[in-house]
Design a binder for this molecule. Sequence first.
Ligand code: COI
Length: 355
Amino acid sequence: MKKVLPTSIEITKASASKIGQVDFENLNFGKIFTDHMFICDYEDGVWQNPKIVPYGPLTLDPSARVFHYGQAVFEGMKAYKDDQDDIYLFRPDENFHRINKSSERLAMPAFPKDFFFDGLTALLELEKDWIKPGFGNSLYIRPFVIATEAGVQASEANQYRFMIICSPAAAYYSGDVNVLVAEKFSRSANGGTGYAKAAGNYAAQFYPTNLAKQDGYQQIIWTDASTHEYMEEAGTMNVFFRVNDTLLTAPTSDRILDGITRKSLLEIAKKEGISVEVRPVKVSEIIAAAKDGSLKEAFGAGTAAVISPIGGLGYQGTHYPIASQENSYATRLKNALMNIQYNKAEDPFEWRYKL
Ligand code: COI
């Protein structure tokens, strides 16, 4: 896709960079942020005054709606550097559309496309040294919108702030994750906000996930709220199962996040000739497959997680380990995806966006 013309963005540079203090070999996901951030405010019905300022704390009224009613949405994207030091984003138009879809669900105003792309481009231009070359290195980009209007009336705000902050990243999970299949708690329900990247969707997972962690599981695979009979998604990832040689994943719905990694993997898998079924996936069929050995693999997929192999499933008090596979689909798909993201392979889908 083509870049749009630059919006006028006021830039105030940080007096000194923190980059020299960062240990890029030992990054913890989302702990360190770059020198600058992009800000744009919504007032009087208009997004206005886009600017880049040194990264730092915000001053907000304690009654700002975001603190009381959770009007907040976000996105997760990454910038990659290839061997020629060229910088790429991956399908950024998808993130742009999704943040506005999320905002709409939370009665928040849509953010303009030119501000989104020009703000992102200007910010990454300033922070390009933070994007390290090398497979697996990236700059995680977190656009988000919060309701800033003061006042605790339980209705949508009239003032908002859109921001982009950036954090150098390596893999989100290292090694296999163990996941617990939800039997009691739910992440989302029909007609709810499950498809939106709403902050509250994540907050509501922390308590059940903490309980799961006490039993040795890093994440929960959420099941449908009404019956808990169908696999839906994990906390920070969509989930895939390989039964024999077929890859299964749940269809998106108003309960499930329309993951960009998820939909990209589906296209790559089809192109690679892997048999794919996008259909409701019964917990019982996956547990039966785990028992009879036909469950060859399970993995999560997301921007932060990329592809994270699942080493075992917990269900009804039993742990079902999943042995790692030679030539796994997870590795095959991850390599194909990352080769596109890092400009190491052809991009037949035209997903790369060169900055
Ligand atoms: C992402 O993959 O970008 C996510 O949103 C996961 C995040 C909650 C860590």
